[in-house]
Design a protein around this ligand. Structure first.
Ligand code: P53
Length: 477
């Protein structure tokens, strides 16, 4: 059968270590930022506690116990026909505090076994080096990525991984959704990206830019080191993409949307071009920010530009310029509006399949690099029907419409797309809320928001649907 997608298209699924592995202390794993966050809800933020507090419930500690069940889960991925599987390496399994001089062999061995099992099943590992998993020790000791010392510690960790798995892993990404922290008002986003825990007198925005700079330098150094270790490596960045539309044709709204896009996506400019865009350095000086950037940093950025752009896509946003706000003090919080053309999920995420086509074109026009959709999906409450099955037609609808737009972007617009890995292919702990019941999976996991359940796995309707999508290389939707 001739299909519109290339034969080597990477269909698969995506997860992150801290959201499914559990075993938070096993084999000398250290405490990570994910281990000190409680459970929240649709309108309730997770609480970041002062270390691990007895009596609190931390959903990531056990998660779905993938650490002990990965063979069973990989068998299900294989049954669906996955060509690849995206996960991350938990930094705290390899360097429990981040500061050890020698890596923890038990942690390294776990990922050897995991990658071997994937490869044995014909599934290519796609690996994120930093997915909201900073050692908590580096928060209390150094204030997270604001401190330059953490650049070296992260490069050490990444270099250990790139060397160890150089013959098992070809596709890498450095920092997951590095641009989430552009929303510097949000405690969760700056904590998970960079381990930032602000005191009230600090300038949050300036602190965020410093941490982001340190990460961009670390990323560039890792790209360069990676290519020296194995020239066949494909090393990408990872951007959270939600296009920001103008709420109206009012030129104020149009310009506001453009400016908001710049502030949210300059991270990709630095990853791809190896330098800061002019608008940002001008913005910093207008605001009186003093970001420490050395001559060596500028060289490092130039030498470590990425091979591809990985990105997540869940929703789009709309923005309207409000009276009294200038471009410089607009934030998503004070200027975002609901898009009346779109429906939303139970968590208020606006469903916009065409926004995915828009995003693919936007990235292509701007950067001319291969793209990889490494997250997309629909978080929803699932219920067992009278027949005991989970009929998740809403999830299938969401994914089908997004895949349709993705195909149009490839066939009609000529976008160069490497693959598509829906988020949370097996139910896991939500990053944003810590809930188990915000589900994305093709595979149901029996566990609730309070941590009760057998952890038993079962197939939803979407499991059989996605299997057929992959088998037909995207033709049977
Ligand atoms: P949850 C915010 C906005 C868009 C994506 O998110 C985000 C976030 C942070 O929550 O995160 C990514 O679990 C992230 C995953 C996460 C997934 O999207 O809040 O890379 O770790 O689980 C979905 O529904």
């Amino acid at each position: 059968m001739s299909t519109s997608l290339p034969n080597n298209f990477l269909w698969g699924g995506a997860v992150a270590a801290h959201q499914l592995e559990g075993a938070w202390k096993e084999d000398d794993k250290g405490v990570s930022v994910a281990d000190v966050m409680t459970v929240g809800g649709p309108n309730k933020e997770r609480t970041i506690t002062d270390g691990v507090v007895p009596g609190e419930y931390y959903p990531n500690h056990e998660a779905i116990d993938f650490y002990h069940r990965y063979k069973e889960d990989i068998a299900l991925f294989k049954e669906m026909g996955f060509k690849c599987f995206r996960t991350s390496i938990a930094w705290t399994r390899i360097y429990p505090t981040g500061e050890e001089s020698e890596p923890n062999e038990a942690g390294l061995k776990f990922y050897d076994d995991l990658f071997d099992e994937l490869i044995r099943n014909g599934i290519e590992p796609v690996i994120t080096l930093s997915h909201f998993e900073l050692p908590y020790h580096l928060v209390t000791e150094y204030g997270g990525f604001r401190n330059r010392k953490v650049i070296d510690l992260f490069v050490k960790f990444a270099t250990t991984c790139l060397n160890r798995y150089k013959d098992k892993v070809k596709y890498w990404m450095t920092f997951n959704e590095i641009n989430n922290q552009a929303n510097y008002d949000n405690d969760f986003l700056v904590f998970t990206n960079s381990g930032l825990h602000f005191q009230s007198e600090e300038n949050r925005e300036e602190g965020m830019y410093q941490a982001a700079h340190n990460e961009l330098v670390a990323s560039a150094r890792i790209v360069k080191i990676g290519h020296e270790i194995n020239p066949d490596f494909e090393i990408g960045c990872m951007i959270a993409m939600g296009p920001i539309y103008p709420a109206s044709m009012n030129p104020d709204d149009v310009l506001s949307a453009q400016k908001a896009m710049e502030k949210n996506y300059f991270f990709a400019d630095v990853h791809v071009h190896g330098e800061y865009p002019e608008f940002l350095t001008k913005y910093w000086s207008r605001k009186g920010f003093n970001i420490e950037i050395t001559e060596q940093d500028l060289q490092d950025l130039k030498l470590g530009t990425v091979d591809y752009i990985g990105f997540s896509y869940y929703m789009s946003h709309a923005i309207s310029k409000k009276e009294g706000y200038s471009f410089d003090n607009m934030t998503p919080k004070n200027s975002q509006v609901r898009n009346s053309y779109l429906e939303a999920s139970d968590w208020g995420w606006q469903i916009d399949p065409k926004g995915l086509r828009y995003a693919l074109n936007w990235f292509t026009d701007k950067y001319h690099l291969p793209l990889f959709i490494v997250e997309n999906g629909f978080g929803a409450y699932d219920k067992r029907d009278a027949d005991g099955q989970i009929h998740d037609a809403y999830r299938i609808d969401y994914l089908r419409e997004h895949i349709r737009q993705m195909k149009l972007a490839m066939t009609e617009d000529g976008v160069d797309l490497m693959g598509y890995t829906p988020w949370g292919c097996i139910d896991l702990v939500s990053a944003g809320t810590g809930e188990m019941e915000k589900r994305y999976g093709f595979i149901y996991v029996d566990k609730n928001n309070q941590g009760e359940g057998s952890l038993e796995r079962s197939k939803k309707d979407s499991f059989y649907w996605f299997k057929d999508v992959i088998a037909s290389n995207g033709e049977n939707l």
